[in-house]
Design a protein around this ligand. Structure first.
Ligand code: HEM
Length: 399
């Protein structure tokens, strides 16, 4: 069949959540095992799903694809997604030069050398969380007791957001990332979240400590810009790393030979984190873009101006040519060319921080709890299939 036939297979591809393979909940949905495919979204809009590694890189790095959700044709795979976009969008949903103008205000905070200085503080936070979990006793829920507190505390300290508010911001984040939520639900959650950040930023105007205070004190940002960009950092700063931590732990427990290797050689942790990022690719619903000109992708598909595209990084990260035996987890492989943090100008701003948090959290967990094991049958573990960020609802563990 031609790649360029009219939209088809809508129901299978863009109902959400896409069913994963029966058997392995770590593998991307089988629906993504096909070359670039044109289809229709729930609202009838024409849209592409792009899965090939080179095609995905092109969509994410070629300026003829826009990340601006206000442009006609930008794809929303569910009604609630449109409600997520603010009037003054965060820079993840803007193109250059506006994107660059805003991103540049925060790049210094997330540089590798800056984040390296946080290592002792992060180690302390990890040890404290683990001490508390051990004191409570097994079984414990790794998600609530370890995976969420660590990145939440770290991003709160960087931003200057009070950690006492974590229940509120964790709940709002979960609500706005729920792909099955209706437009009204997402809008209400987003409005509350935005009101919270607007108020916090206003109270910090003129102060110097923390990123929120610094942004709020700038003359060249509106209160709306401060709120949406600070919210992006708060949300992206904890949800992603938290879910990577719990999923990574589970996947290692399911691959005892890999876990044993990591225990025997703790210095493997850096490479292990890259491989886990590749293998799990938690931003599993793909990265949305809209073509602003006609573009021919390396694989031959021609995307027309005004058509939406989802760059499926999870599928691209299993590319056999690029990674060889891509379906297998191998913590000793060189996985550095993975696309789990995206690619191009929007490539994850927080990746140095995410890496350090994951390295310290996993190394510490493995070192301090040699008897770590699942406290329920694997079949009972609940996966967050409904969320834009894949992960676990709970992970009951014993040791
Ligand atoms: C962007 C993944 C952790 C902040 C992105 C993108 C991906 C991603 C795929 C690209 C989105 C796109 O192109 O549409 C992840 C993963 C993480 C993680 C897998 C953890 C394992 C973090 C952390 C922060 C953060 C800890 C902390 C602040 C951001 C920001 C952007 C972004 C601000 C937007 C960058 C831009 O548009 O220029 N992330 N992220 N992320 N991430 Fe992360």
């Amino acid at each position: 069949t031609s790649l360029h036939e009219p939209p088809h297979e809508t129901a299978e591809l863009f109902t959400f959540p896409q069913p994963r393979a029966t058997g392995c909940p770590f593998d991307p949905p089988p629906a993504q095992r096909r070359p670039a495919t044109r289809m229709a979204l729930w609202d009838g809009a024409p849209c592409w799903m792009v899965t090939d590694y080179q095609d995905v890189r092109t969509v994410l790095s070629d300026r003829r694809f826009s990340a601006d959700a206000r442009i006609e044709g930008f794809p929303f795979f569910a009604p609630g997604r449109r409600a997520f976009i603010r009037d003054e969008p965060a820079f993840i949903r803007l193109d250059d030069p506006e994107h660059q103008r805003l991103r540049r205000m925060m790049t210094g905070d997330f540089l590798v050398k800056r984040v390296d200085q946080l290592r002792p503080r992060i180690q302390r936070i990890v040890d404290d969380a683990l001490d508390a979990m051990i004191a409570k006793g097994a079984p414990a829920d790794l998600v609530a007791d370890f995976a969420f507190p660590i990145p939440s505390l770290v991003i709160c300290e960087l931003l200057g957001v009070p950690y006492e508010d974590h229940e509120f911001f964790q709940r709002q984040s979960r609500l706005v990332l729920d792909a099955t939520a209706g437009a009204e639900q997402v809008k209400a959650a987003m409005d509350d979240f935005n009101a919270y950040m607007t108020e916090l930023a206003a109270s910090k105007k003129g102060e110097e400590d923390g990123i929120v205070a610094r942004l709020a004190s700038r003359e060249d940002l509106t209160p709306g810009e401060v709120a949406s960009n600070a919210l992006l950092l708060l949300l992206a700063g904890h949800e992603t790393t938290a879910n990577m931590t719990s999923l990574s732990t589970l996947v290692l427990l399911r691959h005892p030979e890999q876990l044993a290797k990591l225990r025997a050689e703790p210095e493997l942790v850096k490479g292990a984190v890259e491989e886990l990022l590749r293998y799990l690719t938690i931003v599993h619903t793909g990265l949305p873009r809209v073509a602003v000109e006609d573009v021919e992708l390396p694989g031959g598909a021609v995307v027309r101006a005004g058509e939406g595209v989802f760059a499926m990084i999870a599928a691209a990260n299993r590319d056999e040519e690029m990674f060889g035996a891509g379906e297998e987890l191998d913590i000793t492989r060189d996985a550095r060319r993975h696309l789990a943090f995206g690619f191009g100008v929007h490539q994850c701003l927080g990746q140095p921080l995410a890496r350090v948090e994951l390295q310290i959290a996993l190394a510490t967990l493995v070192r301090r709890l040699p008897g770590l094991r699942l406290a329920v049958p694997f079949e009972q573990v609940r996966f967050r299939t409904e969320s834009l960020i894949y992960g676990l609802h709970e992970l009951p563990l014993a040791w």
